[in-house]
Design a protein. Structure first.
Ligand code: FAD
Length: 310
């Protein structure tokens, strides 16, 4: 049955998902439900949604592939926004790549490689979308989104305006940008670093995928839990603190990589966040180094002092 907000969305001509569960929309596969999940099929849908956003007393959450999110358990006062298929288009030219925000990074990396265009090899190992990569300044293997981004088209659900922002306006830092939860990246223009034989680029992609399989766990997680502190590695500190394989409920510090926390199929988000806090405290107590989360925490009443935010 539709709730009040879904009735309003319907009146506006907007679509929403019948299943309000957020767990299936994240790689952690834990957590509760949103008030509603709005499906954006066109730029006009964003404009329509912006008519009601300023008056909403719910949090806003734009979801890409949910590969950097830990969503709290229970019924959450959150309006989630997901982009539709239209936002998966890709155009690869010799020196630039134009892509919709919903395109998956591994698919983008492979499409670009097939055209003999270089510069996005790193993206094959990051299981997010391009929109999430812009927000998080995702990266790996010595590269990051900010290095190749020329500009991104962003809609602000509060002001109701589209802007095309050059890279300099994102204030990119390590795994961060200045985008707010009301900002929706709809597309981005990226620069290639050059051209190469597609077979050689594909070989580099294979090397990255192999390295990931060897060094990182699969299963239910959202990648690195903590940002590496300056000059050190969060994984090294966690392991040295004796937290590898530490467990709370259905959550475990990965035996393969200590900066990953795995969730069991029946885990609760509260297990994962409790373990995050315990690991942080252990490292702080042992080495005096405070770890900060890379994962975005969504909807928690108690974040154990871990910074939240989407
Ligand atoms: C196994 C594994 C390995 C990983 N390895 C890496 C790695 O090497 N390097 C790395 O940087 N990250 C890594 N990650 C984390 C994650 O994949 C990246 O942060 C990715 O960029 C998140 O993209 P997403 O689409 O999944 O974003 P989500 O998790 O859906 O969202 C993350 C943030 O981006 C926002 N967002 C998502 N889409 C949009 C949009 N269209 N417009 C505005 N905001 C948006 C969300 O609101 C949220 O704040 C890994 C994750 C996993 C599970």
């Amino acid at each position: 049955m539709m709730n009040e907000l879904e009735v309003v969305l319907t009146d506006l001509g907007l679509n929403f998902a019948n299943d309000r569960s957020l767990r299936s929309r994240t790689t952690y596969k834990v957590g509760g439900s949103a008030t509603c999940i709005v499906r954006i099929e066109s730029d006009n849908d964003l404009v329509l949604l912006s008519q009601i956003v300023p008056d909403l007393d719910h949090g806003l959450l734009v979801i890409g592939n949910g590969s950097n999110l830990l969503v709290a358990d229970g019924q959450l006062s959150i309006v989630a926004v997901v982009l539709g298929e239209k936002y998966k288009q890709v155009e690869v030219n010799d020196t630039t790549i134009d892509a919709g925000a919903l395109i998956s990074l591994p698919i983008l990396a492979r499409q670009v490689a097939a055209r003999g265009v270089t510069g996005l090899e790193w993206a094959v190992g990051v299981p997010g979308t391009l929109g999430g990569a812009v927000k998080m300044n995702a990266g790996g293997h010595g590269s990051q989104t900010a290095d190749s981004l020329i500009e991104a088209r962003v809609f602000d659900l509060i002001s109701g305006e589209f802007t095309t922002r050059p890279t300099s306006q994102f204030e990119f830092g390590y795994r961060r940008s200045n985008l707010a939860s009301s900002h929706v990246v709809v597309s981005a223009k990226l620069a290639s670093s050059g051209q190469d034989d597609p077979e050689k680029i594909k070989a580099r992609l294979s090397d990255i995928v192999t390295w990931r399989r060897e060094h990182q766990p699969g299963g239910q997680n959202a990648g690195s839990v903590f940002v590496n502190p300056p000059g050190d590695s969060a994984g090294r500190l966690i392991e040295a603190a004796g937290a590898k394989s530490m467990r709370i409920g259905g959550a475990e510090v990965s035996p393969k990589h200590a900066n990953f926390i795995q969730a069991d199929p029946d885990a609760k988000a509260s297990d994962v966040i409790s373990l995050m806090a315990s690991v942080r405290d252990l490292v702080l107590g042992k080495f005096g180094v405070r770890l900060f989360t890379e994962i975005k925490l969504v909807g928690f009443a108690d974040t154990y002092g871990l910074p939240s935010g989407t």
